[in-house]
Design a protein around this ligand. Structure first.
Ligand code: DON
Length: 304
């Protein structure tokens, strides 16, 4: 396996040339677009890795998966999904248009920015700081990675330039979908996206979901049902308006982030973390997706 990963990283270094690192969050543009790494953890305790598996990058939209689990723990499934849907939007991750034009008032799903801001608004805590700290502690617990921390530069960069997210937050507030303080919701959202991780952290998150919400010590942190909801939404919405094609090519519940991460889940077997910051047109890691496709062909581990 270790050899296979090395080969695939070598092969797809070239694929990174077809993409571009995110620049709309200025701090993300400083990344080397040629970076590519993978980390795999399995239920037998094996660890395999190759390439830039040790580089730090911000978790970005992969945090939407973590926030969703915590919001359900805090509020219950029924309340959360009264405020956000469970269907693909067919639009880019940062699209605003259906918030007003669709007959449903709530955002389509928790994986697009509008839905994720609503989810972040539901995390309990005394103030934004407390809410974010609860999320960070929850993230540490499920990944068993006590070193996780905020990247303050990326956070400031996001907060200074996230005007579209702000616009969506205020619109959702005006519609009564966000009921609490909208600035707090945005602060939690920007901060959760700005947590530094490595491919290993992401693989740990994948393994947690592969094991139906259990840590490696056997602690059941979220129920089987919550883990199933999250994985289903990853399949249908996790790679945005490319989720259908991705399901055909790769066929694993996955979630991408504009920092270059992808978490993929091989149910009951493996967690996979990818780091591949050069993105395609839809905002998904271009080489990472190709690498995963090849890997799933080799391992025959797709769920479909
Ligand atoms: O809100 C944003 O635009 C970013 N903080 C996160 C977007 C993201 O990661 C989309 N993923 N592919």
């Amino acid at each position: 396996m270790q050899e296979l990963l090395k080969e695939l990283v070598e092969k797809h270094r070239k694929t990174t040339e077809l993409g571009k690192v995110a620049s709309y969050i200025p701090e993300l543009e400083k990344t080397n677009p040629r970076n590519l790494g993978i980390y795999i953890l399995d239920n037998e305790g094996n660890e395999y890795f190759a390439g830039d598996y040790d580089n730090k990058f911000t978790v970005q939209s992969i945090s939407k998966v973590v926030a969703l689990m915590l919001a359900i723990l805090d509020n219950g499934e029924e309340y959360v999904f009264s405020k956000v849907g469970m269907d693909p939007s067919g639009d880019p991750f940062n699209s605003i248009r259906k918030l007003e034009t669709s007959s449903r008032r709530k955002p389509y799903n928790p994986m697009i920015n509008a839905g994720a801001i609503v989810v972040s608004s539901m995390i309990k805590g005394d103030d934004a700081k407390d809410k974010f700290n609860r999320l960070l502690e929850f993230f540490k617990k499920i990944t068993e990675d006590p070193s996780l921390e905020l990247n303050p530069k990326v956070y400031l960069s996001e907060s200074e330039t996230g005007n579209k997210n702000r616009a969506m937050g205020y619109y959702l507030k005006s519609e009564g979908i966000i009921t609490g303080n909208v600035e707090e919701a945005l602060e939690v959202y920007f901060k959760q996206c700005s947590i530094d991780v490595t491919a290993k952290t992401i693989a740990k998150l994948g393994l947690f979901l592969a094991n139906e919400g259990q840590t490696s010590t056997g602690e059941q942190v979220v129920s089987n049902r919550v883990s199933r909801i999250v994985k289903t939404l990853m399949v249908t919405c996790g790679m945005y308006d490319n989720s259908g094609e991705f399901a055909v090519r790769v066929g694993l519940p996955s979630k991408s982030g504009v920092g270059g991460g992808i978490v993929s889940v091989v149910p009951h077997k493996m967690g996979i973390g990818i780091y591949s910051p050069a993105l395609d047109q839809k905002g998904n890691p271009i080489a990472g997706v190709c690498l995963l496709e090849d890997l799933c062909n080799e391992l025959k581990c797709r769920i479909f």
